[in-house]
Structures are given as structure tokens and as C-alpha cells.
Write a protein that binds this ligand. Sequence first.
Ligand code: FPP
Length: 235
Amino acid sequence: MRFEDKNTGDIRLPRHIALIMDGNGRWAAKRGRPRKFGHRAGVKVLNDVAKYLFSLGVEYVTVYAFSTENVNRPPDEVEELISLIRRYFKTTFREFIALGIHVRAMGDETYFPPDVVDIIKKLDADSRGRSRGVLNIALNYGGRDEIVRAANLAAAGGGPIDRAAVEARLYTAGMPDPDLIVRTGGEKRLSNFLLYQAAYAELFFTDTLWPDFSRADVDAILGEFSRRERRFGRI
Ligand code: FPP
């Protein structure tokens, strides 16, 4: 009953939530620790928050874990992010299989070392067909690249390049658009995340740094979501 609409009594739970997990570096710096310490804390929070969202009945969770711009960070930070991807896809994220969740990456995987690509593909294959939900983990992902890639694939398909043709070639093909996009860490922008899919998403910004983001923050955001009126351009 927590997410009941005040006016109608309807429960409005989003089907698809997207998360921009920002603030790991600042969280670590506040503690006098290296940035990688923040990423380690951040991936644990991602694991917990995603499990919580699926337990509430959310069907799709899409997280921004590594942007096309992140490759330009200092090499030791990039290595730490890659080693976290390796470790979590191999072990912890496999727990989603038992929960009925398909775990998949979206983005240009060719950037990653071959063993990481194999680990990502294995979890995707082993969890495919799970029907309770999908966890999309954006890795070396950029929204503009995704749109250009989809347009090129549509052109190569030979048919008309219309919305249906492009949408069928996005990484999120077949999934509903995100109902809400949450960004932690205080910045108020999308930073090249889900540019096509964000057309009608409700946007939530919080100053909370990602490693401090909790189930209580999820509850507060879902409560506000259920009170917002979504008109999709209608009156
Ligand atoms: C932004 O914090 C966050 C990232 C660049 C990556 C998010 C990554 C994780 C939550 C952990 C790794 C994920 C996986 C799937 C293994 P920032 O470093 O930009 O923080 P800042 O804005 O405070 O500097």
C-alpha cells in the first residue's frame, strides 16, 4: 500500500526504473580513501537496490555502470571498474538467476578484455528466459552511439527507417521505456544515458551519493512517483 496514489487509490509502481549511480568518487574522497573504494561500495549498493526493486515487482532495472566517457579516466580506476565487472558478473550477479532475473549488459563490449566479454556473455546466456525481470547493466554505453548503431542496423535491414525499425534495434528492444530515471550525486543531467528511451520518463535527482543510496531512498522516490501525474503530452 506504500505506493498508493493519494487521489485515485491506484497503486502506481513503475515497470522500468533506470539509475545513474553517481557520486562514488566523492563518497570515497570524503573518507580520505581512493576512488576505487567508492566503486567497491557502489557495486554492493547496486546489487542490493536492484534486488529490492525486483522484490517490489519492478520488472526492468537499467543501471549506468560504465559510460563511453569513463574509458578516459585514469588507468587504475578503469582497471578497478573492469575488475569489479569481472568479479560481480562471475559470482554475486549470478544470484539474480534464482530470483528469475535475466542479467545482461548493454553497450560496446568489444572494449573489454576477452575474458570479461566471455563472463558477461555466460551470465546473459545462463539467465536468459528468466521471466520475472531484466537487469540491464550499461557497460561502455553511450546513448548517442546506441541511436546511431540502431539507425545503421535499420538501414542495413533494408526496410524503412522509421521509429519501429530503430526501436527494434536499441539495446532495450522489446522492453517498455523507463518510467523513471533516478540520478544520485547532485548533478541534474542525463549524461548520454538512454537518450531515446527517456522521452517521457519522470526524472528524479537526489544529492545522496550513490554508495549512501538505500532502500529507504527507493521507497521515497516510488512514493513521489505514484503521486506525479503522467500525461504523455495529453492534457
Ligand atoms: C559514478 O561515480 C559512477 C561510475 C563511474 C560507475 C558506477 C559504478 C558502480 C556503481 C560500480 C561498478 C559497477 C559494476 C557493474 C561492476 P563517480 O566516480 O563519477 O563519482 P564522482 O562524481 O563522485 O566522482
